[in-house]
Ligand binder design. Structure first.
Ligand code: ZN
Ligand code: ZN
Length: 610
């Protein structure tokens, strides 16, 4: 529990809040004479924070209170404001024996408290141990204890000292605004919140953020500590950076080399803080992002590589380790058992885990920015941005930019680097739109699949809804005798086995919801999107992703894609338009095989831009 107080010093009166006002008073006194008057009983930290905020506003209106009568006036303002704020929040007002007693009690404890004041060197060392992180009280306490910096019961004092020195910021995990709205300071979301019984503060209704609950409970009674990173580009960091080499195990394509060069130029020289890397599905954009990462690491800076999906992050780690030998690298995933190294120079994390950081990274690479759950999540976007150092930069990588991103590119606010060609240098398969007026699409689908499916030519048939997966699969089983047909959706416990079956050739036709829209590579696959005009589920971005499953491998770079629908709507036209435009750009830039020699020497191990 926390108290709000008014602190009087040479520079006047200001409101504050703390777990232990006598410690805060003693800490302030160790630097300059100060007086402190407590204005609330112990209350949840969000309440104390709101009282302090409101009192500060009132004090600013009343002018500075240096001495005598003005001080008594400031105390009256503090008590009156505290009473009205707490009453508005449903708590009784301050219950003190008398005003003088709170101050006297503090003085009596002065000597006792004085021994609790940690030396400044310990405070600075502790702040460094937490640098660049956003921590709930429990997490901060454990981090300090595990670093040998504090025993568990002294962590409150050490954290208060870090904040008093201006090295960290104390905020409620869930704060309350002047007009009573809750906001989560950990994930940045405005809800939803649940008022549940709380073991921490003992109240029956304590606001809990439901958005970030999977990361540990953020509540209005739990303090959150934000400790910014300091001076990473120090001489020490420079020494580390000398050893940063980039080793990419295969030769990059011309499209990748051009994009990598542009990205590095942007990182070093461009004033824009964000850049969009728009790559076709299967272009190899991860290797391209390594160019900016290399520039950042070589100048002693820290990098976060974040992606919404856990499997993408897991698959990334060996590639990053291979590309940057000798650079420390740690993976943060929900449920990952491995040791987390907050000090690693490269951190790979799901976008949720970005909430654990505060102003730490000089470069953030955000992969698959269009994928669930990142797309459309204000909370995750704010978490990723908050993990960025004040002068840091962010690379947004996607195969299918949102309309918001496209509008910002068009208006010139967001620079955009396009990678229009796949790694094998063949154009993207352009979808054929098949319309079945009247809406009876299944015969069309059966006709297409029946004509093509068989060993060596598997089909992925996408449907918008779960129940349709089974319906369509059963229909195809009846109409195409002998075909091995399976269906899958997000709730299917065997979905990984079915993914492996289609990739391994043990299944001819897999009918799937958008669960197979990403991260699936099946050699020689053809794609049918059934109900492509169901724009509640399939927007142009989903359509581009699904079409992008075809022709991904160098062995079978050509594939066929059909969009089967009752009406060719805006999303279908836009998806086809985007694919066509990318192919045209690849051709005009000479990036497709057959129009221009792309052969590069096999001995070339370091990329041209490194
Ligand atoms: Zn939250
Ligand atoms: Zn609580």
């Amino acid at each position: 529990m926390f108290h709000a107080y008014v602190l009087f010093s040479e520079s006047g009166a200001r409101a504050g809040f703390g777990h232990s006002p006598d410690f805060d008073w003693a800490y302030a006194n160790a630097r300059a004479p100060a007086d402190l008057v407590v204005i609330t009983p112990p209350v949840p930290v969000a309440f104390a924070s709101l009282v302090a905020h409101e009192v500060d506003r009132q004090l600013a209106a009343a002018g500075r209170a240096r001495a005598g009568r003005a001080r008594r006036q400031a105390v009256r303002i503090g008590l009156r404001t505290a009473r009205s704020v707490l009453r508005a929040l449903g708590l009784a007002g301050p219950a003190f024996l008398s005003l003088g007693s709170t101050r006297l009690a503090l003085r009596a404890h002065a000597e006792l408290v004085g021994s609790r004041i940690p030396p400044r060197s310990l405070v600075v060392e502790s702040a460094l141990a937490l640098a660049g992180r956003s921590l709930l009280y429990e997490e901060a306490m454990r981090a300090l204890a595990s670093g040998g910096l504090s025993s568990l019961d002294c962590a409150h004092d050490l954290l208060a000292a870090i904040c008093a020195e201006g090295l960290g910021l104390l905020v409620p995990a869930v704060s309350i605004s002047s007009f009573g709205a809750r906001a989560c300071n950990r994930c940045g979301s405005g809800g939803p919140f649940a008022a549940t019984p709380c073991a921490h503060c003992g109240r029956r209704a304590c606001s809990l953020c439901l958005r970030c609950r999977s990361m540990g409970s953020a509540r209005e009674c739990i303090p959150l500590y934000l400790v910014a990173a300091h001076d990473y580009a120090s001489p020490h960091a420079g020494a580390v950076a000398e050893g940063v080499n980039l080793a990419i195990p295969h030769v990059l394509t011309d499209a990748q080399v051009q994009a990598a060069q542009m990205l590095r130029d942007w990182y070093i020289g461009d004033s824009a803080r964000e850049v969009l890397v728009w790559a076709v599905c299967g272009a190899g954009k991860t290797e391209v992002s390594f160019s900016a990462m290399h520039s950042a690491l070589a100048s002693g800076r820290r990098v976060l590589f974040a992606a919404p999906r856990r499997d993408v992050v897991a698959e990334l780690e060996p590639r990053v380790r291979a590309a940057f030998p000798g650079v420390t690298c740690s993976t943060f995933c929900g449920g990952s058992r491995g040791q987390r190294d907050y000090d690693a120079r490269v951190i790979l994390a799901t976008t949720h885990q970005a909430m654990r950081f505060y102003r730490r990274f000089d470069l953030v690479i955000l992969d698959e920015a269009d994928a669930y759950p990142f797309a459309g999540s204000e909370a995750l976007a704010s978490a990723v941005h908050r993990s960025l150092a004040p002068s840091g930069k962010i690379v947004i990588m996607t195969a299918t930019p949102s309309r918001g991103h496209l509008a910002r590119v068009k208006s010139g606010v967001l620079p955009c680097i396009r990678i229009p060609a796949r790694h094998h240098g063949r154009p993207l398969p352009e979808p054929e739109v098949v319309t079945a007026y009247g809406g009876d699409l299944l015969p069309k689908v059966a006709e297409i699949v029946g004509a093509g499916a068989g060993p060596g030519t598997p089909f992925l048939v996408f449907v918008p809804r779960r129940r349709q997966a089974q319906e369509v699969a059963k229909y195809l089983l009846l109409r195409i005798p002998g075909a091995r047909v399976e269906w899958v959706h997000s709730q299917d416990p065997a979905r990984d086995d079915k993914r492996a079956a289609i990739a391994g050739g043990e299944c001819d036709v897999l009918v799937s919801t958008s669960v197979m829209e990403r991260g699936v590579t099946v050699d020689g696959v053809d794609v049918v999107v059934c109900h492509a005009d169901d724009d509640v589920v399939f927007d142009y971005r989903a359509l581009v992703q699904m079409a992008g499953r075809a022709g991904r491998t160098a062995a079978n770079p050509e594939g066929c894609v059909w969009f089967v629908c009752a009406n060719e709507n805006w999303h279908v036209r836009t998806a086809v338009g985007i694919i066509r435009e990318m192919n045209e750009e690849a051709a005009s830039r000479g990036l497709l095989i057959g129009q221009h020699s792309q052969e590069t020497s096999c001995e070339e191990v370091t990329p041209k831009w490194a």
